[in-house]
Each structure stands twice: as C-alpha cells, then as structure tokens.
Design a protein around this ligand. Structure first.
Ligand SMILES: C[S@@+](CC[C@H](N)C(=O)[O-])C[C@H]1O[C@@H](n2cnc3c(N)ncnc32)[C@H](O)[C@@H]1O
Length: 401
C-alpha cells in the first residue's frame, strides 16, 4: 500500500470487502465507490476539495461562461412570463463558482430578473428543492456518473467486472453480459458494434432524468458536458471507449491507480439523456456545441467589448484567451449543451436566443476574471496525456499499491 493516503486505503478496503462478499463487482460499482464513498471517495472526501487541482472546467476558466448562462436564464424567465420567482437549481456545483458568476451577472443585466432569481447551488450532499418553476442546470455532472464497461468478444456483449486474483490483487475480468438494460440498448444501435470494440454505459442517466422530472414542475433543463449522440459515441471513432482519468492535469492513468484520489469520467451519451427524458415527461429542445450556445448568448459581443476597453495588457490577454478557450472546438467549445423543457413543448432553440441588439447592450457588463478563476496564460493548466492503455489491461502490477 505504498504511497497511498489514508483516504485511498479506505476506498480500496471498501472495494476489497465488497469483492470478497460478492465474488466480483461491476465496474460501475467500483467507480461509485472510488468517486462517492462517503467521507473518502474522490468527490466525497472530508480531506480536500479536489476541484481545480486535477482538471479545469468552463466555469473555472472565465466568468463570461456564467454571464452567458445568466443571459439564457433571463430569456427563459421571459418565456415563462416573468414569474415573481424563478428557481434555478444547479446540481453538482462543485466549488460554486458558476453560481457566483451567474448571480453576479444577473444583478447587472436586469434588476427585475435578478430580484426574481432564487439560485440553489447544490452538490452531492445537499438537499435539493422539488416542484420548482425555473431551470435545472449542470456542468460536467453526467460525465462523473458511474459507468458500466463492456467489450464485444466473438460477437457477444461482455461486461467488465472487478475481482481479486489468487494473490489478492485487484484485477479486471470480463463475462458475457446478463445485464438486460445494457444488452437491449446496445443491440438496438443502428450500426452493430464491432468485434473487439469497448465502451461504457452510464448507469446514472435514467435515475437522473427521473430526479430532474421531480425537481422541475415547469421550465427548462440545461445540461452541459462532453459527449455526443449514440451513433457517434459507439462508432469506430471511440473504438476503445472513452473512460478517462484525471490526476493533477495528467490524464490517461489506469482507473486502478490512485484509487479515490483521481477523477474518473466518460463521455456522455446524449441520445440516452434525451430518450430517458422523454420517458419522464421531458421534451427535447436541442443539442448544440458549447461554442454555438455561447455565440447565441452574447460571447462575441463580450469579446469585442473586452478588446475595446482600456485594461492592463496582461489582464486583457488573460481574459480574451480564456474566452477563446471556452469557444475553441478542440477545447471547451466542443462540449455539448442540451436544452430540454417540461410543460414548454412548443419551443425551438431559436426562441431561446436574445436579439443581437440585446446582446450588444448586455456586453457593457462583461465580467472580468477574479480569484475564483484559474490563470490560463501561466500555462499551469495545460493538460498532458500519458498513454497507457490497452484499456488498462496489464494493470495488475500497479493494482496493490
Ligand atoms: C466534474 S465535477 C464538476 C463541478 C462543477 N460543476 C464544475 O463545472 O466545475 C462533478 C461534480 O458533480 C458532483 N456530483 C456527482 N454526482 C452527483 C449527484 N448525484 N448529485 C449531486 N452532485 C453530484 C460531484 O460531487 C462534483 O462536484
């Protein structure tokens, strides 16, 4: 157990205990324990707030991200006929930077909207209101839900389990899948999976959509994450699956290293979010790239405003470069924004965008980065990649760390 913190030992002990009791556990149960074991999992540790140390997200890059969402929320408030109270429930809010940026921006954009806005910034341990009129919002929540993993062998779906070998090392085993949810879903794909293909099946999406339906009486859901529709997610371009690990901005380590200390994440299957939403009375308005969403909610106007104001050159560059990161397709701009609604079925994406004149007038409130946001130009946060793989086969030598 060299080099492991006490936190990691608790997580590994829990995994070993469960395997000993059951013979094996699914990869999804392994991931659930590694990330969410109360008191010790990566996101539930009493020891540290992992955010910012291992990866960056859009809210931590620039407050303009929150300002654009505030503009979107104001538009939704108008579509709901300007109710006296619009509740916004953010789930998986992490260190809360997005909530601060949205509420700050709202106060400047429109005082009547700001007075109506009741913002609930919540994470895994918090209570969440139900039956609200307003919006449920999340950024990089769904990619942190546990996933089952599968592999196609001799034309059959096999599921990945985690077990112990004769020397008590944590090992992976694959068995023919008897999980009907996974089997039915994968068998219904238009293009059959190829032999040797690997992938993930997010086990949290159906519960999530049922939960959202309970939270939201009327209004909208904004889900921002990385991923794609199922035909792309399960195509040859993701032949090895999309599970990733993050530890101090290095990604690509095996999930069996740094257990409980590193983030585990996989691309989101937005087709399933949409299909599962429909089963729960939630209507799909549209799925677009983050870059396009931000363009429709004023980022270009804010960028121009920043270019034209007088500001220290380093500060100007830092702010402009961060905006660029939010929009570049190979960076955060390639993330997806899914907008869904409840009780608002006749809407298209176009109805959600403010007019160009409004966006021009909001640009004068463009927020500048503060201590909540990471510094981009110092280069501290450029992610690097360590190729290990082949999907963590051959990891056993590192498993009893
Ligand atoms: C990748 S972090 C994103 C944090 C933040 N939204 C951001 O963009 O920086 C995922 C967050 O989702 C939270 N989370 C995961 N599952 C959750 C659940 N079922 N309910 C509430 N929060 C959850 C985690 O605790 C973590 O803070």
């Amino acid at each position: 157990m060299n080099g492991n913190t006490e936190q990691s030992s608790h997580v590994i002990n829990e995994i070993r205990t469960r395997i000993t009791e059951k013979g094996k556990i699914s990869f999804s149960e392994f991931m659930e324990v590694a990330l969410y074991l109360p008191g010790y999992g990566y996101y539930c540790s009493d020891e540290k707030q992992p955010y910012r140390e291992d990866y960056y997200t859009s809210p931590s890059v620039s407050p303009v991200f929150g300002a654009c969402i505030a503009i979107q929320l104001r538009q939704m408030w108008m579509l709901l006929d300007r109710p006296k109270e619009i509740a916004v429930v953010e789930i998986g809010s992490g260190n809360g930077v997005l909530s601060r940026d949205i509420t700050n921006a709202a106060g400047k954009l429109d005082i009547e909207f700001a007075d109506s806005l009741k913002y609930f910034s919540t994470d895994i341990r918090d209570e969440v209101p139900t039956q609200i009129t307003g919006c449920v919002i999340s950024n990089e929540l769904l990619d942190a839900f546990p996933v089952a993993r599968f592999k196609i062998l001799d034309g059959e779906i096999h599921e990945v389990f985690v077990a112990l070998d004769d020397n008590e090392n944590i090992v992976e085993i694959t068995e023919r899948s008897s999980n009907s949810l996974i089997n039915e879903y994968l068998n219904s794909l238009e293009t059959p999976l190829a032999d040797g293909q690997k992938g993930e099946f997010n086990t949290g999406i159906d519960n999530w959509m049922a939960r959202v339906s309970d939270i939201l009486k009327e209004g909208f859901i904004i889900t921002i994450d990385y991923g794609s529709y199922k035909d792309d997610l399960y195509s040859k371009s993701n032949f090895k699956g999309s599970l990733q690990t993050y530890y101090k901005h290095v990604y690509g380590l095996s999930p069996y290293q740094k257990i409980g200390q590193q983030d585990l994440t996989a691309k989101v299957d937005f087709s399933r979010v949409i299909e599962s939403g429909a089963k729960n009375g939630i209507f799909n308005i549209g799925l677009i790239d983050q870059a396009e969403f931000l363009q429709n909610t004023g980022i270009v106007q804010m960028q121009n405003h920043l270019r034209n104001i007088s500001l220290n050159i380093n500060e100007k560059q830092e702010n402009l470069h961060s905006i660029d990161m939010l929009c570049r397709p190979e960076n955060l701009g390639g993330f997806k924004v899914l907008i869904q609604s409840k009780q608002q079925t006749e809407l298209s994406l176009e109805k959600l965008w403010p007019s160009i004149d409004e966006l021009e007038s909001f640009a004068k409130y463009t927020p500048l980065k503060n201590n909540d946001h990471i510094k981009i130009l110092s280069n501290k946060y450029s992610n690097s990649y360590i190729e290990i793989d082949d999907l963590f086969e051959g990891f056993t030598e590192t498993s009893n760390q």
